[in-house]
Design a protein around this ligand. Structure first.
Ligand SMILES: [Fe+2]
Length: 373
């Protein structure tokens, strides 16, 4: 059984300038980024790189059409290395761009798992949640098929993951909140997964501690921009740790059940996870109050200075300071949608449900949706 997949070399720099110097960023590099990130942080360095700004090719989550248009644009230049500087969308597109391809996304899905790398890939995350710099997964909306699907291949691991805390300094509160809660969910889900190992739990539990202690310090300081800036490095590393943990042990039911909320009602990934988070944990506990969930609950109780009986309520109290949790109906979900969500999860999310702490049937999935309605 695989214990820990640890592919990219991980670097950390205090500034973008230090990174650019150490990596000799310049001729032959294609930088995929967003203009509002690249310009303020790299613009003054006058690097002779080719840039592609993702937002010029569409907004929102990456689609097959967006990726193909960017592939065609990239093909006009000669590059030896791709440097992704951005959040989940930019990173996921860069991973696909680094593959040898015909320029057609459907062809890539058809070739799984026999995909090949075409050039070196460096990933510089600018949010503190996806952990995507540590994983081999890219999630694209396949508009021609009408579904969102993960493209998974070992050819998509970055060569280098580069953490630069200053890139988080202008992160809006909403993005900080949703991305860091996503990282917390990665850490918890991977630690409860049947695929968890001593190695993944080392990173998973440490990420939980870093994120919860970070939230407590931020809340104690009044949740100001300055208090979040002071935590940039802590959250960036925690997100990377959580990425390493779920890259091997996987995510599970929280992600699976959040999927229809994100896909149909366009709720941000981290927020849709948060809506499901404690409800899924409570239901795991109802089914089996033994094993790793006891370890987790004691660990959380120690961090939150509370009893294990009140641990999920205390956890939610803390998270609500960062992102107030809303019931499903406030996103526009109707009671009659819950059965449709349940059917969709049971039908399409088997990959994630397989990593659940305990198996859940459709009646249990519907019960959870009903509890958070
Ligand atoms: Fe996630």
């Amino acid at each position: 059984m695989i214990q820990l997949i640890y592919k990219p070399s991980v670097y950390k720099f205090n500034t973008c300038k230090e990174f650019a110097e150490e990596f000799n960023v310049g001729k032959g590099d294609l930088v995929l980024s967003n203009e509002y990130i690249f310009k303020p942080y790299f613009g003054g360095l006058n690097l002779p790189v080719t840039t592609i700004f993702q937002e010029k090719f569409g907004t929102g989550e990456p689609t097959d059409v967006m990726v193909e248009t960017i592939m065609a644009e990239a093909a006009k230049t000669n590059y030896k290395r791709i440097i992704a500087v951005g959040g989940g969308t930019v990173v996921d597109i860069a991973k696909v761009l680094s593959l040898r391809s015909t320029g057609n996304v459907d062809d890539l899905y058809a070739k799984i798992p026999n995909l090949d790398r075409d050039c070196e890939l460096v990933i510089v995350p600018t949010t503190c949640g996806t952990g995507s710099e540590a994983t081999n997964l890219s999630i694209l909306n396949r508009t021609r098929l009408g579904t969102k699907m993960g493209l998974v291949s070992n050819a998509m691991y970055a060569d280098s993951a580069v953490l630069i805390p200053e890139l988080l300094h202008d992160l809006p509160l909403g993005v900080f909140a949703t991305s860091s809660i996503d990282a917390l969910v990665h850490a918890v889900e991977s630690s409860l997964s049947p695929k968890a190992t001593a190695y993944t739990k080392l990173f998973g539990y440490k990420a939980i501690e870093m994120i919860l202690c970070g939230y407590r310090r931020i809340v104690a300081a009044g949740n100001t921009k300055e208090s979040r800036i002071a935590e940039s490095e802590n959250f960036l590393i925690a997100s990377n740790f959580a990425g390493l943990a779920f890259g091997t042990a996987g995510c599970a039911t929280v992600h699976a059940m959040a999927y229809p909320l994100g896909g149909v009602f366009h709720v941000a990934h981290g927020e849709s996870n948060y809506v499901l988070f404690t409800a899924v944990l409570k239901n795991y506990l109802e089914i089996q109050d033994a094993g790793e969930i006891r370890v987790l609950n004691q660990y959380l109780a120690d961090l939150l200075d509370c009893s294990v009986e009140t641990v999920y309520d205390e956890l939610e109290k803390l998270l609500n300071h960062v992102l107030p949790k809303k019931p499903l109906h406030e996103f526009g979900v109707k009671k009659e949608d819950l059965q449709m969500f349940t059917d969709s999860v049971m039908k399409t999310q088997g990959r994630l449900l397989a990593n659940s702490f305990v198996p859940l049937d459709d009646a249990r999935i519907l019960k959870i949706y009903t509890e958070i309605f």
